[in-house]
Write a protein that binds this ligand. Structure first.
Ligand SMILES: Cc1ncc(COP(=O)(O)O)c(C=O)c1O
Length: 401
C-alpha cells in the first residue's frame, strides 16, 4: 500500500462523529448546518432530460465529453466572466469532469513532478480537504497560507524560497468555509508570480454562482487573466460545478477550463484514469449551463436565508454576509469543538468546528474558535436553527457569568 495514505487525516465529518460519540442530542428534530450539501430543488428540466436520454447508458462516454457540452460550457464561461467568445476554443480550453472534487484531486496527481523531492502544493488555511490529500498522494508537501483577517490568502507573505518550490497552488473563491472573494487585482498578482516561478494555479470556483448582490458576481481567474490582456490563460485552470449552481450535487457534473497545454495533457491523463461523465448527465448538463433562470432563483433562496439568520442572531453572534457561497463562519465565544458539541447536545443543531478544516501552521490555526454553518436547509428550518442557536448562546452567556 502507498505509505503516504497514513498522512491523510480523518475527514472532518469523521472527526465530528468522534466528537459527538457519547453525547446525547437534545430531543428535538435534528438540524444539519454541518454538511455543505445543497438542498434546493433541482431544476425540473434536468430530471426530464435525464429520463429522456437514458438510452445513452448503452454507450461508453468519451473523456472529452460531448462537443455540445463543451460548447455550452465555453458559451457560459464567456458570458459569465466577460471573456471574448473567440478566445475560448471548446476543444482546447474546456474539459467536462465528474464534479470538481475528483478533478481537483486528479489535477494535482497530473501536475506534480515529485522527482526532485521538494515539490510544494500551496493552499489556503482553512481549506477544502481534498487539496491536502491530493498533495500528499502526489508525493508533494502541502504549504498552508494562513488566511488573513479578511479570510483571504496573502500572496505577499509567501517567501520566495516557497514560490521556487511551488508546483501548484489552490485558491478558492468564493472560499469554503468563509465565502470570501479574491479580487481580480489579487488574482493578477498571483498570475504574475506564476510567470516568475512557473507553477500552475487551480482556481476552485465551484461557489461562483452563489452571491448576494446580482450586480456584483465574483471575479474568476480566467477573467483576471483576460483583464491583463492574456488570451492564452497560461498556467491558469478554473474548476466549476453544477453541484452548487444548480443544486445537483448527485449528478457529479463540472468542468475544468483554461491553459490549452494543461487541458490537453490533463485530458491525456484522464483517458487512462477512465472517468468520463455518463451520457444522460452530459445531456442534462448542457441545458443546465444554458439556463440562468433557475440559478437566479437559487441565489434568491440563499439570500433570504442569510438575511433571516443574520437578523435573528444580531447582538448574539458576530455574523457577516459573505461575498459568496452559502456558509457563515463566525468566531465562537469559547472552543469551537466544545461549542459544536454543546450545541448538538442542547439543541440538536450540528455545525462544523473550524479547526477541523484547518491546520496549525507557523504557530497559529486560523480555523480555531470558529464554526462553519451551512445554510443549505429550507428557510423554515434555517429560522428554527437560528432560534435554537440564539437560545444556546443566551444560556452559554448565563453559564459563563
Ligand atoms: C471548495 C469546494 N470545492 C469543491 C467542492 C466539490 O464540489 P463538487 O465535486 O460537487 O463539484 C466542494 C464541495 O463541497 C467545495 O466546498
Amino acid at each position: 500500500m502507498n505509505p503516504r495514505l497514513s498522512l491523510l487525516q480523518p475527514y472532518p465529518f469523521e472527526k465530528l462523529a468522534a466528537l459527538f460519540q457519547g453525547t446525547k442530542a437534545a430531543a428535538k428534530s435534528p438540524i444539519l448546518w454541518s454538511i455543505g450539501e445543497p438542498k434546493h430543488e433541482a431544476p425540473a428540466f434536468v430530471h426530464e432530460i435525464i429520463n429522456k436520454e437514458l438510452s445513452g447508458l448503452s454507450n461508453y462516454p468519451l473523456t472529452a465529453g460531448l462537443s455540445e457540452l463543451r460548447e455550452a460550457i465555453a458559451d457560459w464561461l464567456s458570458r459569465r466572466f466577460c471573456l471574448k467568445r473567440a478566445d475560448l476554443d471548446r476543444d482546447k480550453h474546456v474539459l467536462p469532469v465528474n464534479g470538481t472534487r475528483e478533478a481537483l484531486f486528479a489535477f494535482c496527481q497530473f501536475i506534480v513532478d515529485a522527482r526532485k523531492g521538494d515539490a510544494l502544493v500551496l493552499m489556503p488555511n482553512p481549506f477544502y480537504q481534498i487539496y491536502e490529500g491530493a498533495a500528499f498522494l502526489a508525493d508533494a508537501e502541502p504549504w498552508y497560507m494562513n488566511l488573513n483577517h479578511e479570510n483571504l490568502p496573502d500572496f505577499d507573505a509567501v517567501p520566495e524560497e516557497i514560490w521556487k518550490r511551488c508546483q501548484l497552488i489552490y485558491i478558492s473563491s468564493p472560499g469554503n468555509p468563509s465565502g470570501a472573494v479574491i479580487s481580480s487585482a489579487e488574482m493578477q498578482k498571483l498570475i504574475r508570480l506564476s510567470d516568475q516561478f512557473d507553477f500552475a494555479i487551480a482556481s476552485d470556483e465551484c461557489y461562483s454562482e452563489i452571491y448576494p448582490d446580482e450586480s456584483k458576481p465574483p471575479c474568476g481567474l480566467l477573467q483576471a487573466a483576460a483583464e491583463m490582456g492574456r488570451t492564452d490563460f497560461k498556467n491558469c485552470v478554473v474548476f466549476h460545478s453544477l453541484s452548487k449552481r444548480s443544486s445537483l450535487p448527485g449528478m457529479r457534473s463540472g468542468f475544468v477550463a483554461g491553459d490549452a497545454e494543461l487541458i490537453k495533457n490533463f485530458k491525456l491523463y484522464r483517458t487512462y484514469h477512465g472517468c468520463a461523465m455518463s451520457p444522460p448527465f452530459q445531456k442534462a448538463s448542457v441545458a443546465a449551463w444554458q439556463d440562468e433562470v433557475h440559478v437566479v432563483r437559487n441565489r434568491d433562496l440563499y439570500r433570504q436565508k442569510f438575511e433571516l439568520v443574520i437578523q435573528k442572531l444580531k447582538g448574539e453572534l458576530d455574523l457577516e454576509q459573505p461575498g459568496g457561497a452559502f456558509y457563515l463562519w463566525p468566531k465562537t465565544p469559547f472552543s469551537d469543538t466544545e461549542f459544536a458539541r454543546l450545541l448538538f447536545n442542547e439543541q440538536n443543531l450540528t455545525v462544523l468546528p473550524g479547526s477541523y478544516l484547518s491546520r496549525e501552521f507557523q504557530g497559529s490555526n486560523p480555523g480555531k474558535n470558529r464554526v462553519r454553518m451551512a445554510l443549505v436547509a429550507p428557510l423554515s428550518e434555517c429560522a428554527d436553527g437560528a432560534e435554537r442557536l440564539k437560545e444556546f448562546l443566551v444560556s452559554a452567556k448565563e453559564r459563563a457569568k
